[in-house]
Design a binder for this molecule. Structure first.
Ligand code: PXG
Length: 444
């Protein structure tokens, strides 16, 4: 240990460089949670904070739920780790089977990883390798979308469309194009559910195909509803059109459902809610209710078969995987979580609450600084007019103000995103919205 390190006390905040955090501000005014149960966190100074964001879009069943805690505890004592490659354990097969049953269409095979970023990079690699095995090795281009978020791996930031996540990191992957995003205050402000305007923006994919030729394109990846970029709900007909164009040109369609999976939109997956089945789905977050890190790629049986058919009997069929793919603790958490979602009917509950949620968030339509409110499922966004020359300031101060008043909301640029656990009560929806309204009145 060097002198500086050895002089740090056990509770010193200096050594840790927190991710996606304003570290100078945080260290001067630290916000620490020490416990969580159901809809609430407890701070280090003993305050209760109502969770308006399900952690980071992930604690869909509420915090520290007993069946999940018990399952993880028992698994930790029974078997900590089993080799991921060439060996297996029962829990991973159980989770994969449950996911395949839950998934729409022929999405009946599963690869595990540990984060949304890893799931995205896995899906992109599988897409390119699949075409290669089919004798179409020229299909290497990947198409993402402006304002898309697909994690922080090199694949994910390359197809992603968040400028701050990209601009520091060099030239990124080659052969990537982006569709236009679908957000338009001019046409869609204060939409309820799917906006009517914007379905035609999917036709930009035809333009990209015309430019490069379909024979060079492996996959299109989009979030069916963009979360991190500030809740961009797909316009009517948009996803259907993307599906049509991809099918027409033999391009794989990947839905990144890291946020939209597991009930967030009132159905198991956004694919089910919107009635559009992609060729692969990436999942994370709610898969274990965030109790243990885990992610997955759901893929069509045909993709899986292509790899198996190409491999000799004793040969490895996919040269990809992580030490912790299908980790026993994660599988224990996922099994208990998927059972809990089913037993408590939480996806249906989200669907039932949607009209109440919609009314509540749109009661902010005339709130101070508010230039848009949008919603779908148990997701809402309140877009604030930026302070000239000081983008993000207003939403960040709103986030701090809400935290002071005991409600956790998420700030993304000048947008406040809301996504409570699916166990939220109506009175708690009111508390989230009322707190936000009051705090907005106090922000310059
Ligand atoms: N895809 C999507 C659609 C995501 O939302 C990831 C991939 C990456 O997952 P990991 O587990 O690698 O972080 C995400 C993550 C926000 C916010 O403020 C959202 C995420 C991450 C950080 C912030 O909304 N989602």
């Amino acid at each position: 240990m060097n002198d500086v390190a050895s002089s740090l006390g056990a509770n010193d905040l200096e050594a840790l460089w927190k991710p996606f955090t304003a570290n100078k501000q945080f260290k001067s005014q630290p916000r620490l949670y020490v416990a969580a149960k159901d809809m609430h966190y407890t701070t280090n100074d003993g305050r209760k904070v109502l969770d308006g964001t399900a952690g980071l879009w992930c604690v869909n069943a509420g915090h520290c739920r007993d069946p999940i805690v018990k399952a993880v505890r028992e698994q930790a004592a029974r078997m900590d780790y089993s080799t991921a490659f060439q060996m297996g354990h029962p829990g991973e097969f159980e989770v994969a089977s449950k996911l395949a049953l839950l998934a729409p269409g022929e999405l009946d095979h599963v690869l595990f990883a540990n984060s949304g970023s890893e799931a995205v990079d896995t899906a992109l690699k599988v897409a390119i390798a699949y075409h290669r095995l089919k004798g179409e090795g020229t299909r290497t281009r990947l198409i993402g979308r402006e304002r898309g978020y697909h994690g922080v791996g090199f694949g994910g930031i390359s197809v992603g469309g968040m400028v701050m996540n990209r601009k520091f990191y060099g030239s990124l992957l080659g052969g990537v194009d982006h569709l236009p995003h679908t957000h338009s205050l001019e046409h869609n402000a204060f939409s309820r559910g799917q906006p009517e305007w914007g379905g035609h923006l999917a036709d930009a994919l035809e333009g990209i195909v015309a430019l490069h030729d379909a024979s060079s394109i492996a996959a299109v990846i989009v979030e069916p509803m963009s979360g991190s970029a500030g809740v961009l709900v797909p316009p009517m007909g948009y996803l259907e059109r993307l599906r049509e164009i991809c099918t027409k040109h033999g391009i794989l369609l990947i839905f990144d459902e890291v946020i939209t999976g597991f009930g967030r939109l009132g159905a198991s997956f956004a694919a089910e809610r919107f009635g559009v089945v992609p060729d692969m789905i990436t999942l994370a977050k709610g898969i274990t209710n965030a109790a243990v890190p885990m992610s997955a790629v759901l893929l069509m049986g045909e993709i899986h078969r292509t790899f198996l058919d190409a491999a000799a009997e004793n040969a490895i069929d996919l040269f990809h995987g992580y030490t912790y793919s299908g980790h026993p603790l994660a599988c224990a958490a996922a099994n208990a979580t998927l059972d809990l979602y089913r037993d408590e009917g939480l996806f249906e509950r989200a669907a039932e609450l949607e009209p109440y949620w919609e009314e509540a968030v749109h009661s902010l339509d005339d709130g101070r600084h508010v230039i848009d409110v949008r919603n779908i499922g148990l997701v809402g966004a309140v877009e604030l007019e930026p302070v000239p020359g000081k983008r993000t300031k207003r939403a960040f101060e709103t986030f701090l103000g809400c935290f002071e008043k005991g409600v956790a909301v998420r700030a993304s640029a000048d947008i406040i995103a809301l996504s409570p656990p699916l166990i939220v009560e109506r009175a708690q929806i009111d508390e989230i919205v009322d707190t936000l309204r009051e705090v907005l009145k106090t922000i310059d």
